[in-house]
Design a protein around this ligand. Structure first.
Ligand SMILES: [Zn+2]
Length: 538
């Protein structure tokens, strides 16, 4: 051994024990893979898994550098042992080629690639700006990024199309829940994407659609940690009378409470607010695709609607065997799910579900359309309460301007006066062009629910059995019921909503009372008056 050390010019310092063979090391203490590339580069040092450093020259600068490199990799440097160069060389040879390790390092670095970082930054920007959706419009010349806030889109950034394509592909291929499908911009695709960004965990839903000259990708922000607090029905915009009806429905021993509205109308938030009203001595199962809002004290079950054995219906049937008091079926989109709802109500449970319709009474027609018989629908055990909701843009309280001062409304003033009366128009407000700092120049202060809530009573069931929705609505109106359109107009009257924003939601506010029949004469007179006024003014 002494000969060998001499032949390599190695002289151990006097009085220092030299490690000359592997057998002198702890049995499992192999060279550290994390430090392998570094050691292979230096060729005179080996770092073991325990943090022990083997070197022929303990006083060299390399040992200091090695300690720093280890600390950078969060490895704690251990003791420094003097080792024979032959041992170091043999350990280095066993490590293999430096190329192998560089590949590993690159792979690790690529796990969070530039595109993934860009995706995270984009999502973080959206979360910071409190937007609901990120629209990426990728075309041959440009990729437009638009954010939706309070229901309206605004341009956030413009990227090179290549970056847009890469970020979209990375989102689908590397970040989504089910890594089954490969991103293909030529077909419509959708997926759920949990993402960790600086501010915390964000859940998103991705959807893509081919378009002329490229494709669109939309990322909907389902929930962030920040907004996981439950908002009350009152804060959402439900009226006291509507809240009374919903609370009464929740106290029913069995039946169905159905909530309808278009996509993105805040149904999930309302559902969470309803569930929050349930006493925690009750067992609640929610079947959702995916879980959008975490509600404490509730068992939330995610389903995958793409596979039959994990559908709303099959999970709903399973939940019925779990001794529940309340069952929430995320979405009723087929006869199968509707039948689970019926079975649950008849076996003594209160069921909540959402459905897509254009009005609360319209829920009946939708269910009939799914194949549920009118006799079943009018059974007194089945339907309790029907809710329909939409979201309306609320004026920014800091910068809204009196309607009469709004240039955008100058041409419509006569119409508003006809609908609301002169005195009321004096108290109405409009958006200020350009907004203010408080509202990020949107001129809006958020969105509120405009809803209609129907309590299904004995009389109502008679209409339901005949599927006579028109007569039912007439009856409801005679009982003082208000539609979501009435609610939107009431909010204009309160000076909370710009009349144009109300019309964007409910259509043109009519000057004739359509429940009494459309008045063609009144419409003609109105047109003539308008024309005469315009002539006068010009
Ligand atoms: Zn403002």
């Amino acid at each position: 051994m002494a000969e060998e050390t001499e032949s390599t010019g190695f002289k151990a310092p006097p009085g220092v024990k030299v490690v000359t063979s592997k057998s002198q090391l702890a049995a499992n203490d192999r060279p550290s893979p994390e430090m392998a590339a570094w050691c292979l580069q230096r060729k005179n040092i080996i770092v073991l898994k325990s943090g022990t450093i083997l070197t022929a020259d303990p006083g060299s600068r390399d040992v200091q550098n090695c300690r720093i490199a280890m600390l950078n990799k969060q490895i704690r440097p251990g003791e420094v042992l003097v080792a024979a160069p032959s041992l170091i060389n043999s350990l280095l040879e066993n490590l293999g080629s430096i190329k192998d390790y560089e590949q590993i390092q690159q792979d690790v670095a690529e796990e969070i690639s530039g595109q993934q970082k860009r995706l995270r930054t984009l999502v973080q920007e959206a979360v910071d700006a409190d937007v609901s959706d990120i629209h990426m419009e990728i075309r041959t010349d440009v990729c437009k990024i638009r954010f939706r806030k309070y229901g309206e889109l605004y341009l956030h950034a413009e990227w090179f199309p290549r970056l847009g394509r890469e970020v979209a592909a990375v989102a689908f291929n590397k970040e989504t829940d089910h890594a089954t499908a490969h991103f293909n911009p030529l077909i419509p695709q959708d997926a759920a994407m949990p993402l960790k960004v600086k501010s915390g965990d964000v859940r998103l839903r991705l959807a893509s659609m081919p378009a002329h000259g490229g494709f669109d990708m939309v990322m909907r922000i389902l929930g962030t940690e920040k907004e996981s607090s439950i908002v009350s029905l009152d804060e959402l915009g439900y009226t006291l009378e509507q809240i009374y009806i919903i609370k009464r429905a929740i106290q029913m021993p069995h039946g169905a409470v159905l909530l309808s509205g278009p996509t993105g109308s805040g149904k999930t938030t309302t559902l969470a607010a309803c569930l929050h009203l349930i006493k925690n001595t009750r067992k609640v199962y929610t079947i959702e695709d995916p879980v959008e809002k975490v509600v404490p004290s509730v068992t939330q079950v995610p389903v995958n609607v793409k596979t039959d054995d994990r559908s709303f219906a099959s999970f709903g049937r399973a939940a019925l065997r779990m001794d529940p008091d309340y069952i929430v079926l995320g979405e009723m989109r087929d006869e199968d799910t509707a039948n689970v709802m019926l079975r649950a109500t008849i076996t003594g449970h209160l069921v909540f579900s959402t459905i897509h319709t254009n009005s609360a009474p319209g829920i009946i027609l939708r269910l009939a359309d799914m194949g549920i018989s009118p006799v079943m629908l009018s059974d007194s055990n089945v339907l309790v309460c029907l809710i329909f909701q939409r979201l309306i843009a609320i004026l920014c309280p800091d910068c809204k301007i009196p309607l009469r001062q709004a240039k955008a409304h100058a041409d419509e003033m006569y119409r508003w006066e006809t609908i609301f009366g002169n005195e009321v128009v004096d108290r109405l407000y409009a958006r200020r062009p350009g907004g203010c700092q408080q509202c990020h120049n949107t001129a809006l202060g958020g969105r509120k629910v405009v809803a209609e809530v129907v309590w299904v009573d004995e009389k109502g069931r008679e209409f339901i059995q005949k599927l006579d929705i028109l007569s039912w609505e007439r009856y409801l109106r005679s009982m003082g019921w208000h539609t979501y359109k009435d609610r939107a107009i009431a909010m204009v009257r309160e000076g909370l909503v710009d009349p144009f924003d109300a019309e964007a939601l409910i259509g043109e506010m009519s000057i004739t009372d359509e429940t009494k029949g459309f008045d063609y004469n009144a419409a003609r007179e109105q047109m003539e008056k308008d024309e005469a006024r315009k002539k006068r003014e010009s």
